[in-house]
Design a protein. Structure first.
Length: 133
C-alpha cells in the first residue's frame, strides 16, 4: 500500500513538473515574439498581423519571413492574390510555411499575405493542413 502511494506521488510530481515546464517554455517563446502554432487559426492570424499589420509593404513582409529562421518562403505571386475564384484577396500575394507541430497527426501551418497593386498588405490568411498518414 505504501509503495502505491509513493508511485502515485511520484507520477503526480512528474506531471506537475511537466506542466510547469510547458508553461515556462510558452512564456519564454511569447517573450521572444514567437508565434504559438498550436493556437486557433484566428489567434495565429492575429499574431501575424501584429508583426505585419495592414499596410506593410511586400518587401517588409519578405524581410520578416527571412528573419524567422524556422519560416520557409513558399511562393511570391506578382499577378494574383490568394483565395478562391469568388473571394480573391489582393492582386499580389506571398505564401510561407511557418512551422509544423505534432498532435496525434502532423499539422503544417501556412500563412498567405494578400497585397494591393501598390504592394501594401490588405489581409492575411492562415491554413493548417493535417497529415494523418
Amino acid at each position: 500500500m505504501k509503495k502505491t502511494w509513493i508511485l502515485l506521488l511520484a507520477a503526480f510530481s512528474v506531471l506537475i513538473i511537466a506542466i510547469i515546464l510547458v508553461f515556462s517554455l510558452r512564456c519564454a517563446a511569447r517573450a521572444r515574439g514567437e508565434i504559438s502554432l498550436r493556437g486557433s487559426k484566428e489567434a495565429i492570424r492575429e499574431s501575424i498581423l501584429a508583426i505585419t499589420p495592414a499596410g506593410t509593404s511586400m518587401d517588409d513582409v519578405l524581410k520578416v519571413i527571412a528573419d524567422n529562421e524556422s519560416w520557409e518562403l513558399g511562393a511570391i505571386w506578382q499577378d494574383s492574390g490568394y483565395g478562391k475564384a469568388d473571394n480573391v484577396v489582393g492582386v499580389k500575394s506571398i505564401r510561407a510555411h511557418i512551422g509544423t507541430y505534432m498532435f496525434i497527426f502532423q499539422h503544417d501551418v501556412t500563412v498567405l499575405w494578400g497585397f494591393d497593386a501598390d504592394e501594401k498588405l490588405i489581409d492575411v490568411a492562415v491554413h493548417i493542413d493535417i497529415d494523418a498518414l
